[in-house]
Design a protein around this ligand. Structure first.
Ligand SMILES: NC(=O)c1ccc[n+]([C@@H]2O[C@H](COP(=O)([O-])OP(=O)(O)OC[C@H]3O[C@@H](n4cnc5c(N)ncnc54)[C@H](OP(=O)(O)O)[C@@H]3O)[C@@H](O)[C@H]2O)c1
Length: 285
């Protein structure tokens, strides 16, 4: 049976490898990226893929994309959230959001919520949120917590509640880790029994991670990537397995193919989801 797989960030790295994999299997793949060049290269390599250009750091373009997908693809079997950019310095979008927050947090919430209807109509729907799950959090298990899996969750909340847009003392790694924690909270907030929500941390995959950095860091990351990072082809296998056979639980977290604990404080989940919903509705940070 032909399935529809929507992949944000489907023009490079892990997203592109998944796009190639499913298009070659005969599924309908919709890959989204911000550059025409990326789309052209993908279409040359995998002619069957449908490419849609959209800057997903823009709330307006993300909402337009949702509308278009809902009209043109009334049933979506899998939504893979892989659009990401590491910002060494603080970038503000035209709509006034810090770029990492806009792309990694707001966009992912909008896509997951906006495609809820088309996903619920599929036979075994799944959302794969490729993120840095499992590196922070509020501790393990216990009352008022919602968790999944085995293994270790980290320590310490990573949401900068007093400055979500990192206006003060921007740190690229902290903004990225906030995005990873946000994915955990929004995954916990998603709450669908039908559409399984999978947080997947691929850990270290050779996808051109050195590119955003200036020298000498660029060379260092390139060498570290060559020595330690997993090849993309290997990294996508367990992700494809989760798309093909989604877990039974509504929410699971994975690190490099292994299920891990996810501990979230339900009060923080609610507070964060309400904050994001209000931002998406008002269009204001
Ligand atoms: N690679 C790793 O080691 C690693 C580790 C942990 C987590 N992850 C997660 O895995 C996912 C994929 O990582 P990757 O390394 O494969 O990424 P990647 O190779 O850097 O590719 C990023 C993708 O996102 C798209 N993108 C970037 N900005 C965009 C925007 N504003 N609007 C639309 N699309 C945009 C890019 O296309 P355009 O340039 O055309 O926009 C590209 O297709 C990410 O979510 C990342 O956080 C990766």
């Amino acid at each position: 049976m032909t399935r529809t797989i929507v992949i944000t960030g489907g023009t490079n790295g892990i997203g592109r490898a998944l796009a190639r994999h499913y298009a070659q299997r005969g599924d309908q793949v919709v890959a989204v990226g911000s550059s025409e060049d990326g789309g052209r290269r993908l279409r040359e390599e995998v002619p069957g893929v449908r490419f849609i250009r959209a800057d997903l750091s823009s709330l307006r373009q993300s909402s337009d994309l949702v509308e278009r997908l809902r009209t043109e693809h009334p049933v979506v079997d899998a939504l893979v959230l892989a659009a990401f950019r590491f910002n060494p310095t603080r970038v503000e979008t035209e709509e006034g959001f810090e770029h990492t927050f806009a792309l990694y947090v707001l966009n992912r919430w909008l896509l997951a919520e906006g495609l809820r209807g088309p996903l619920e109509k599929a036979a075994a729907p799944v959302i794969i949120n490729l993120c840095g799950a499992g590196q922070g959090g509020a501790g393990k298990g216990g009352p008022g917590k919602r968790g999944a899996g085995k293994g270790g969750a980290g320590k310490g909340g990573l949401i900068r509640w007093d400055d979500l847009q990192f206006k003060d003392r921007y740190r690229a790694v902290a903004a990225t880790m906030q995005g990873a924690r946000a994915s955990e909270l929004l995954g916990a907030a998603y709450a669908s029994e039908r559409t399984k929500y999978v947080l997947y941390n691929p850990v270290f995959v050779a996808t051109g991670l050195h590119e955003p950095f200036g020298q000498p860091l660029r060379s260092l990351v390139r060498v570290a990537s060559a020595v330690f990072a997993q090849p993309v082809a290997k990294a996508v296998r367990p992700i494809a397995a989760l798309i093909d056979q989604p877990p039974a639980e509504p929410l699971t977290a994975w690190k490099k193919g292994k299920i891990i604990d996810l501990a979230v404080d339900l009060n923080e989940v609610r507070r964060f989801e309400e904050t994001i919903r209000a931002m998406a509705q008002s269009g204001l940070p």
